[in-house]
Design a protein around this ligand. Structure first.
Ligand code: TXA
Ligand code: MG
Length: 318
């Protein structure tokens, strides 16, 4: 389907499609989302079908402002309020008690809803023009690499969506950080806001993730996820025999290694923000080259490196 630039006319067209039950891909500051009116169960069902996403995996709902938040969620605990004031609009998703009016399909029957207020001007323009909360998971087939450009969406899902709004590459290139609230705040998915920044805002250390029934499993945490079709492994390239390098690609933070067919450095200055922003783009690009394998050198697990390594471990799990 057409990839269009975000002119006022095209944003009106996208908004009209969304109001009429259409499915439109649009950029956010994290990754591209596949959006539909969160209160139109039929449109939401199309999202699941287009992504081949299992219905037990709930969607994130995007809101424009606090007024729209109250249509979607029915209770905001104090810790969530603190994070909203510090990080919204931005790449933070909160798990809140769901408003009963929101269709069950959006939340896969859970009593909670994942909500975020995006900062990206195109996402905001669509929320404003539709005046609808928009359910929007990442715009990739379930389990595949997340899309950080309109071209990624077009290649993976182009024929199946009503419109793709092209806002260029995404600023963060990594999905939002997801935080849930029990007795204590818990990070369910590391993402574009490092856990340390959330702890600083809350004034206390976050609880470790408890993998029990109390915390609904975020299926983004399924071991195999975010994967290219080319087999990927996390490995120190120095230990890889030359014979294995010749038809393989190497992704590393800042240092190349001789003998690889393709080498991509994520950030020569070892800036993890830059590395995060390039991660999915780099994997999409190498995945198109017909390599035997993609070797990725492990990155330091501090700051955004935690979320980057989370995605890479899942991409490597087969
Ligand atoms: O940055 C992002 O968050 C992007 C952009 C498009 O906003 N969206 C995104 O959505 O990454 P998605 O659907 O790919 O990931 C949403 C994750 C899934 O792992 C889902 O299981 C989890 O959020 N989730 C949704 N609702 C939940 C809930 N009520 N409780 C726990 N986890 C939930
Ligand atoms: Mg996703």
């Amino acid at each position: 389907m057409p990839v269009v630039l975000p002119t006022p006319q095209n944003l009106d067209r996208a908004a009209a499609l969304l109001r009429g039950g259409g499915v439109v891909a649009f950029p956010t500051e994290t990754v591209y989302g596949l959006g539909a009116d969160a209160f139109d169960a039929r449109a939401v069902a199309r999202i699941f079908a287009i992504k081949a996403r299992p219905e037990f995996d709930p969607l994130i709902v995007h809101v424009l402002d606090e007024a729209m938040l109250t249509r979607v969620a029915s209770d905001v605990p104090a810790a969530a309020r603190t994070l909203i004031e510090r990080f919204w609009p931005g790449p933070l998703t909160l798990i809140l008690r769901k408003n009963p009016a929101l269709p069950e399909l959006v939340t896969s029957g859970l009593p909670t809803v994942a909500v975020r207020m995006p900062a990206h001007p195109i996402a905001r323009a669509l929320l404003e023009r539709t005046d609808r909360a928009l359910a929007a998971p990442s715009a990739n087939p379930f389990g595949r690499l997340s899309p950080t450009s309109a071209q990624h969406v077009d290649r993976m899902l182009g024929e199946r969506v009503d419109l793709i709004v092209d806002g260029g590459p995404c600023e963060h290139g990594l999905e939002s950080t997801i935080v849930a609230f029990g007795p204590e705040a818990v990070v369910l998915r590391p993402g574009a806001i490092p856990a340390g920044a959330i702890e600083a805002a809350l004034g206390y250390a976050l609880a470790p993730v408890a993998l029990d029934d109390e915390v609904p499993q975020a299926p983004g945490r399924l071991p195999h996820h975010y994967a290219p079709r080319t087999p990927l492994r996390l490995i120190d390239p120095q230990g890889v025999p030359a014979s294995e390098r010749v038809r393989a690609g190497l992704v590393a933070l800042s240092r190349a290694c001789a003998g690889y067919a393709q080498v991509r450095l994520l950030s020569e200055s070892e800036n993890l923000r830059e590395a995060a922003a390039r991660l999915f783009e780099t994997l999409h690009e190498l995945d198109e080259l017909g390599l035997d394998r993609i070797d990725v050198e492990p990155l330091p697990e501090r700051d955004l490196g935690v979320a980057i390594m989370d995605r890479l471990r899942r991409a490597a799990a087969r």
